[in-house]
Unconditional design. Sequence first.
Length: 82
Amino acid sequence: MLDYPQRLRIDSTDSTGVSQVLFDDSIVDPYVESVAFNDLHPSVALDLPRNQTVVLRIQQTGRGADWWSIYELKLWEQKEER
């Protein structure tokens, strides 16, 4: 189960073209925890800061032992509190 990025960066671009980094860190620890919970289908959930994303870019920024892939990607929208 070496099919995961060592370090991940997620960038957001809003409708005005302004970009910001939403996440830039290692996901090794959350991945290892998820493998311990479900070794056949490990998953990692990332809570990102509030944003108005129209373009989302996900990239590996660390070096891994091999290639990696995303098997499934789910995105949730959090509605603003009133």
